[in-house]
Design a binder for this molecule. Structure first.
Ligand code: ADP
Ligand code: ZN
Ligand code: ZN
Length: 725
């Protein structure tokens, strides 16, 4: 007989274990996957039951009881998802509770949070209609609600517009028998047929369709505009018809109204959307709909990866190379890698799509581990853009734009076409400096210059977010000679307005599109097709379709050519291909002008003359020679503290404790930006030819690291398969 059943609970605290609790005195055992409220320290916390046991390492008198279970009817998370989360915390060496609770929609991380009931539809009964024929009387709100229902309003969301007491009002009029409820059925959106597939698309759809019943990883390697999204849609159709769910993950920036509209129209259903920009209520609603199997198509960013999918049939990752699939703080995970793991666990296919696949995925395709589907032609018969490389040593410039580029721009505009100018730097100027003494605005907390945001009158650190007002005079020499050096998107916008009066200039960067609806409005504006200039950062490089753009000007990419980060060239290649992919999508051929001080750089030359695949093969060879990923495996031990000496001490002690084996640790090395947010940041790099030794040695290492007194003076974490240094 079990006297003290123990519940093993994951709690959202940065500790590497589960916590043992006793079941509440009266209750039966709370099932695995359900939330419980427990006492922890001085507080009450929401935890997730991960397992049961009959004994605990804690003495019986130190075991606390749970306060109460929170999910009454059934567990919130299914066993497959729990198993995946457990794999995640072990693989990424992160605190279990942070992984598990972080996978829940924010509303369910609180004790009051509960699953919303399925949406219902309210309608007037005969009695209700009769009531409306009489005067409103004293129950004004009730009457208003009846009127609203008569006018066609029917869901809870619409009724809530009546006022904060709407639930009470609704309950009253239902008691009266004036209103009845039925399960909501959505009117299917208008359904539009798709185009006839091209041979390459057809072949990809056929091959993947043959494999829909079991796990396989497919790389859909198709140039921009080759119709990858059409392939996804054809696959979705098949799965949706069988009642299976499809999860589509897109980059943070890729979740556009255009994409959702396309899914809605082509599939005739409303996608459930999950991303961090939603209100917590909306997010919970979408999550619950997926969990209940009501939502068949779930579209979201990285965090949607952990949505429960009881009828999972397919996972798609669009733009799989995109950096936003890697979470860069807290629980540092790769959504791509976990998506593949999840598909393997569920024995369903996963499709990774990109015009510029990551070297990791290409390597797997080259090796035959992934099925490799290539789409090499544009679906709408647009030709690929022509490249023009401009040697900036030989050009006159106006705010960073060469005469040649300006001339090409005015020609394109004269032909009533659109032009895109790409610069990966927001703000007005990357530096504000003094012409007299050379002073420049730098961040007190980072090794970084402050970006001048002229319209806001601010100097802004793009790394830690700290800001200062722009000084009127030089803080050092008091001269009235402050001036911007270099260009940001705001300055380009101004310069272009000056240069091309009467032509609309639309800026796309984080500052401009922060406001609600701004991005959608501007995108609609561009899609009208009138001549205009688009100026922007990365945001322009991703996922949008701009059929009238025929000229792309890339202002500057030279930084990447000489970066100390070995991934910089991979990212540069992807970025150039992606930006170029925005040009000339319809009948008009496009041109891409690349301005550089290093036109003879071998990487640029290879990319532009032989294309991304040849470029990627060359980068992979280089990585292989150096034993770098994907030819080897890496992890970082990152640490930061106010005092550099504390970081150095911890990391030097840590490296001495690294257990022997195939994997080895190197460092300490300073982070590429060593000082950030007022803290010194350094790391050790662990490299290994084998994944399993990397993991077993790090697991062993962690046991001793946690005991190091110097560890307590720093903030440290492990980053498995790191993407940045
Ligand atoms: P990708 O996702 O690879 O960038 P899309 O699927 O968005 O490509 O297709 C690019 C454009 O070509 C879209 O406007 C799309 O409607 C169109 N398109 C895709 N497939 C076809 C096809 N088989 N025939 C005609 N047009 C197509
Ligand atoms: Zn000065
Ligand atoms: Zn800063």
């Amino acid at each position: 007989m079990i006297h003290h059943p123990i519940i093993k609970v994951a709690l959202p605290v940065p500790l590497p274990q589960l916590f043992d609790y006793l079941q509440a005195e009266d209750g039966s055992l709370t099932p695995v996957g359900s939330r419980v409220l427990v006492p922890f320290g001085q507080r009450e916390r929401v935890g997730m039951v991960m397992g049961h046991a009959t004994e605990s390492a804690l003495p019986a008198n130190r075991l606390l009881r749970i306060i109460r279970p929170l999910d009454q009817s059934e567990p919130l998370l299914d066993p497959a998802l729990l198993k995946l989360l457990e794999w995640c915390w072990k693989y990424y060496k992160h605190a279990p509770g942070e992984v598990v609770l972080g996978a829940l929609p924010p509303a369910l991380r609180k004790a009051q949070g509960k699953l919303p009931p399925p949406p219902v539809h309210y309608s007037l009964t005969l009695a209700g209609r009769e009531r409306l024929e009489q005067a409103a009387g004293r129950q004004k709100t009730q009457y208003l609600m009846l009127e609203a229902l008569q006018a066609g309003t029917s869901g809870a969301e619409a009724l809530s517009g009546i006022g904060s007491q709407w639930r009470k009002t609704l309950a009253r009029i239902m008691e009266q028998g004036w209103v009845e409820q039925s399960p909501a059925t959505m009117d299917p959106p208008v359904f539009l047929p798709g185009p006839q597939l091209l041979d390459a698309q057809e072949k990809a759809v056929d091959q993947i369709s043959r494999d829909l019943h079991h796990f396989h990883c497919h790389l859909l390697d198709g140039i921009t505009g080759s119709g990858k999204t059409e392939v996804y849609i054809k696959l979705m159709e098949q799965l949706l018809a069988r009642g299976r769910q499809v999860l589509v993950l897109v980059p943070e920036i890729g979740l556009t109204p255009q994409l959702l509209r396309r899914f809605r129209q082509r599939l005739g259903l409303e996608p459930a959307v999950i991303h961090s920009g939603l209100s917590s209520g909306q997010r919970l609603e979408a999550w619950a709909a997926a969990r209940a199997g009501r939502a068949q198509l779930i579209v979201g960013t990285r965090s949607a990866l952990f949505t429960p999918l009881p009828k999972a049939g397919l996972i798609i990752l669009d733009e799989e190379h995109d950096a936003s699939f890697k979470q860069q703080d807290g629980f540092r995970y790769s959504a791509r890698d976990i998506a593949i793991k999840r598909a393997a666990d569920l024995n369903i296919p996963v499709v990774l799509g990109s015009a510029t696949p990551s070297l990791e995925s290409l390597n797997n395709a080259f090796a035959g581990k992934y099925a490799w589907h290539r789409l090499r032609e544009r679906a709408n018969s647009a030709s690929l853009p022509r490249w023009r490389v401009l040697d900036m040593c030989q050009q006159n410039t106006f705010h960073g734009l060469s005469d040649t580029a300006l001339e090409a721009m005015s020609e394109a505009l004269a032909r009533k076409e659109q032009v895109m100018v790409f610069l990966n730097r927001r703000g007005y100027a990357p530096v504000l400096m003094c012409r007299q003494c050379g002073w420049y605005g730098s961040c007190d907390r980072c090794d970084a210059r402050l970006t001048w945001h002229r319209s806001a009158g601010l100097l802004w650190c793009h790394h830690c977010g700290s800001r200062k007002r722009v000084p009127r005079l030089c803080p050092d020499c008091r001269a009235d000679g402050l001036t911007g050096a270099g260009e940001g998107t705001q300055q380009l916008e101004e310069a272009l307005e000056q240069q091309f009066p009467g032509i609309p200039v639309l800026r796309f960067d984080r500052d401009r599109t922060r406001g609600k609806g701004v991005l959608a409005t501007q995108l609609d504006e561009v899609l009208k097709g009138q001549p205009c200039l688009l100026v922007g950062t990365q945001m322009l490089a991703k996922g949008h379709h701009f059929p009238a753009v025929t000229l792309v000007v890339i202002v500057n990419v030279d930084q990447a050519l000489f970066s100390s980060d070995y991934r910089a060239l991979e990212r540069m290649g992807q970025m150039l291909q992606q930006v170029a992919g925005r040009a000339g999508r319809m009948d008009k051929p496009g041109t891409v002008i690349l301005q550089t001080l290093h036109p003879e750089h071998p990487a640029l030359e290879l990319l532009l003359t032989r294309g991304y695949e040849a470029y990627a093969r060359w980068l992979l060879e280089e990585r292989q020679l150096a034993g770098l990923p994907p030819s080897g495996y890496q992890a970082l031990l990152r640490a930061d503290a106010h005092e550099r000496s504390d970081v150095e001490k911890f990391l030097s002690e840590a490296i001495d404790l690294f257990p022997p084996g195939d994997a080895s640790a190197h460092g300490p090395l300073p982070a590429i930006m060593e000082r950030m947010g007022g803290r010194s940041r350094m790391y050790l790099i662990v490299a290994s030819p084998s994944r399993s030794s990397l993991h077993s040695q790090i697991d062993q290492w962690l046991l001793s690291l946690r005991k190091l007194p110097s560890a307590r003076k720093t903030r440290w974490s492990i980053d498995i398969d790191p993407q940045e240094l």
